[in-house]
Design a protein around this ligand. Structure first.
Ligand code: NAD
Ligand code: UDP
Length: 314
């Protein structure tokens, strides 16, 4: 049996990953400081003989015995990672050193959840893994972007200096059930606003684009990357179908049947104008491509938020 540590395991992506690993028959140690994660995301796993929930912050050293580590710990929504920017940087740097130190001692393989944000506001489109990025090092997103860039550098240097086995995934915008309804990300905002009959808040003119990957597709990509021996990464995992925020708002209105209007508010500083992954590497090395289209994924996500609202109104 493989013993697997999932840091950030009570978060949105981490909790889906824990589910899949348990289904596969692995032993899962889910570690979280519950900053943006929620116990309810893994509540159904508590009591499972192969599942353990640990409250811990990766900024402090971790002593466990494991075979693989998925390092998902780090707040992902701009509102959350900007709440305490210094803590965000510490999580991706000091926390990464602790995780790599653990991996070195246990001879475990580490998969680092990096991000499309390492490309910043990209000047190359779509983004390939060999593009070095266009990040403002002192901007409001830098605590996240630069932290993740240092984390990648730490991974590659632990690999070169200490032969730690690493896998780096650059995750593009991902959505699905269990995304925190209040986390300020666009899909959670739009769906919650639509379901409550409130105006959908378009930041700027809404022409900026993102490509949205359903969480089940992402988790499949993470597991494939971890369990192959050819490629350390970085590998982009995302859905290459690009949508403007106006198009996304229209899709959410269609899916919810909501009569909400659209309202324009100020565009946040350094908001990337375009983002779309080149997934040739994921196709070549992982035989991976997304299977869930936006309409299907939105339907599942809307259902989750409808239930969430029904529960909170009780
Ligand atoms: P999330 O905020 O739902 O999950 C992050 C989890 O990490 C939370 O459970 C949080 O409590 C935990 N955490 C944060 N700091 C920690 C610390 N110091 N010690 C222990 N636990 C800590 O976000 P998510 O969307 O599930 O993202 C998971 C990972 O994937 C993150 O590393 C994020 O940067 C990366 N990622 C996500 C997306 C996306 O669109 N969801 C895109 C790119 C990258
Ligand atoms: N956005 C928006 N309305 C919202 C929240 C976000 O128009 O209520 C925009 C935001 O400006 C960005 C895009 O949606 O251009 C994606 O934002 P999100 O925070 O989900 O992810 P990220 O900017 O990190 O890609």
């Amino acid at each position: 049996m493989t013993s697997i540590l999932v840091t950030g395991g009570a978060g949105f992506v981490g909790s889906h990953l824990c589910d899949r690993l348990i289904e596969r028959g692995d032993e899962v140690l889910c570690l979280d400081n519950f900053f943006t994660g929620r116990k309810v995301n893994v509540e159904h796993l508590i009591g499972h003989p192969r599942f353990e929930l640990i409250r811990h912050d990766i900024v402090h050293p971790v002593f466990l015995e494991v075979d693989q580590i998925y390092n998902m710990a780090c707040p992902a929504s701009p509102e959350a990672y900007q709440f305490n920017p210094i803590k965000t940087i510490k999580t991706s740097t000091v926390g990464m050193v602790n995780i790599l130190g653990l991996a070195k001692r246990c001879r475990a393989r580490v998969l680092q959840a990096s991000t499309s944000e390492v490309y910043g506001d990209p000047t190359v489109h779509p983004q390939t893994e060999d593009y070095w990025g266009h990040v403002n090092p002192i901007g409001p997103r830098s605590c996240y972007d630069e932290g993740k860039r240092v984390a990648e550098s730490l991974c590659i240097n632990y690999h070169l200096a200490h032969a730690v086995e690493i896998r780096i995934v650059r995750i593009f915008n991902t959505y699905g059930p269990r995304m925190d309804p209040g986390d300020g990300r666009v899909i959670s905002n739009f769906i919650m606003q639509a379901l409550r009959g409130e105006p959908l808040t378009i930041y700027g003119d809404g022409s900026q684009t993102r490509s949205f990957c359903f969480v089940d597709d992402l988790v499949e990509g993470l597991i494939r990357l971890m369990n192959q021996d050819e490629e350390t990464g970085p590998v982009n995992i995302g859905n290459p179908i690009e949508n403007s925020m106006i198009q996304l708002a229209e899709s959410v209105l269609a899916e919810t049947g909501s009569k909400s209007t659209l309202t324009h508010v100020e565009l946040p500083a350094d908001d990337p104008k375009q983002r779309c992954p080149d997934i040739s590497k994921a196709k070549q090395f992982l035989d991976w491509s997304p299977q869930v289209d936006l309409k299907t994924g939105l339907a599942k996500t809307v259902e989750y938020y409808r239930n969430f609202i029904a529960q909170s109104d009780k």
